[in-house]
Design a protein around this ligand. Structure first.
Ligand SMILES: [Zn+2]
Length: 241
């Protein structure tokens, strides 16, 4: 990562587009902290407010939505994120259709990021214990479909240019988190506790904060030792030539 920061001579504008509040912190919170510490600008766009993130049938989705927006702001503040926006698609029902692709194309053209972060739509399950949330797959698919070829090509959604004055834009790099197919490893040992602190801001999603911290601390690399713990976040990094 140090070599990436060294090669990024100018301050970068980094756009994170993911499905839910808490996705950025869980997926790549330490990396986001590294970037803001180094003077880069990080902006979140979350496609839903996570209004189904509860198992209690008496929960009022609009109230949960409000709570989760605030939790997301608190978590982002821990990481030094500059701006947060919500697109307010219904949680759990995200599909990578043309309407979503157009909305994301609009965001990319407005924000004009140097680096775009999303998650891997190919991750259907993780190990033998977890199915990836369908919103994560839908978000990743819709974002990648918007990055290429729509956002950079004026013939896609021409009304965005005609009616809203949004010029085509393609980010220089895409960083895909939540992937089982990484090509880039970022060592983030020094930022792991900060990531945990950011994740813990999502109080509505956590029944036992101490247990969660313990679980996250156990996600060290296999070669880690008690004296020398090592933590990583991995990505599929695509650099357009
Ligand atoms: Zn999620």
């Amino acid at each position: 990562m140090q070599s990436v920061l060294e090669s990024w001579k100018e301050p970068k504008r980094i756009l994170v587009i993911l499905a839910h509040p808490d996705d950025p912190e869980f997926f790549c919170g330490a990396t986001i902290a590294r970037w803001t510490d180094a003077g880069h600008t990080v902006v979140y766009w979350l496609l839903t407010c996570g209004d189904k993130g509860a198992a209690d049938p008496d929960v009022v989705p609009s109230e949960l939505c409000g709570d989760r927006r605030q939790e997301q702001r608190n978590a982002a503040a821990v990481l030094g994120v500059h701006e947060i926006y919500f697109l307010d698609y219904p949680d759990g029902y995200l599909v990578p259709d043309l309407a979503l692709r157009k909305d994301i194309t609009r965001i990319i053209r407005k924000e004009r990021p140097d680096v775009l972060v999303t998650c891997d739509p190919k991750t259907l399950y993780v190990g033998g214990e977890r199915i990836n949330h369908p919103d994560h797959r839908a978000a990743g698919q819709a974002v990648l479909d918007a990055v290429f070829p729509a956002a950079g090509n004026p013939l896609y959604f021409p009304e965005l240019m005609r009616d809203e004055g949004l010029q085509p834009h393609t980010p220089a790099e895409v960083w895909i988190c939540g992937t089982l197919d990484p090509n880039f490893t970022h060592v983030v040992t020094d930022l792991w506790e900060r990531k945990i602190r950011a994740v813990q801001q999502h109080a509505s999603q956590i029944s036992d904060p101490e247990n969660l911290a313990k679980r996250l601390r156990s996600r060290h690399t296999p070669d880690t030792t008690l004296e020398n713990p090592r933590y990583e976040e991995v990505f599929r990094r695509i650099i357009f030539s």
